[in-house]
Design a protein around this ligand. Structure first.
Ligand code: TMP
Length: 212
């Protein structure tokens, strides 16, 4: 039997990555075989593309929005073919920190690229792989910024997305909210404020109907 495909989405600093780990651990504790992964990334080639996407910095040759979109989808095509689909076919649950809704939010709402084109290119990268549930971690922009700031100052530097201005991040957040409203069957909105334990409880509630 095919496993379940769960994606976690949201703005910077919304706590998705911590929650992805906690969810994978909780499922494993119930005897469910899980695969925890992330985008962009998740395979050798896709992780190489992630480095470029996050850290390419050359003032004489900036990454164009079209190149950014294509690289995101190139990484996704590898990830779906080599990791996500094989895991689902083997009956595992795949927990993915960001997936194609991030492309619509960041490249579509954020960068202003054509949304029909984004849907078409994402579909090509996904190769028919469908999502069972998407958890959208909703958090006020300033709270997310404060968390991302703390992380970047510990990690040493901001990436290409984190340095974007407030308007960009407002558009991204508005995009996630609009997508969540437009597709209530697939999306669940998670209030991402509070402690990791409190948020984890909300996550488990949001997927409990999928549990065996
Ligand atoms: P993160 O995984 O550390 O959050 O970094 C990934 C960054 O890439 C994040 O700022 C969102 C961005 N991103 C896109 O712009 N489009 C995409 O399709 C994906 C998956 C991520």
């Amino acid at each position: 039997m095919r496993g379940r495909f769960i994606t976690l989405e949201g703005p910077e600093g919304s706590g998705k990555s911590t929650q992805a780990k906690l969810l994978a651990e909780a499922l494993a504790a119930r005897g469910i075989r899980t695969e925890l992964t992330r985008e962009p990334g998740g395979t050798d080639l896709a992780e190489e593309l992630r480095k470029l996407l996050k850290h390419w910095r050359n003032p004489a040759e900036q990454m164009t929005p079209a190149a950014e979109l294509m690289l995101m989808n190139a990484a996704r095509a590898q990830h779906v073919a080599y990791r996500i689909q094989p895991a689902l076919d083997a009956g595992k649950w795949v927990i993915c920190d960001r997936f194609r809704d991030s492309t619509m939010a960041y490249q579509g709402y954020g960068r202003g690229m054509d949304k029909t084109f984004i849907s078409a290119t994402s579909a090509a990268a996904c190769q028919g792989c469908t999502i069972d549930r998407t958890l959208f971690f909703d958090l006020a922009l300033d709270e997310g910024f404060a968390r991302a700031d703390r992380r970047a100052s510990t990690a040493g530097n901001f990436d290409r997305f984190e340095i974007e201005d407030r308007d960009f991040h407002e558009r991204v957040l508005a995009g996630f909210r609009a997508m969540t409203e437009a597709e209530p069957e697939r999306f669940r909105r998670i209030d991402a404020s509070g402690t990791p334990e409190e948020i984890h409880c909300r996550v488990m509630e949001a997927i409990c109907d999928l549990l065996p």
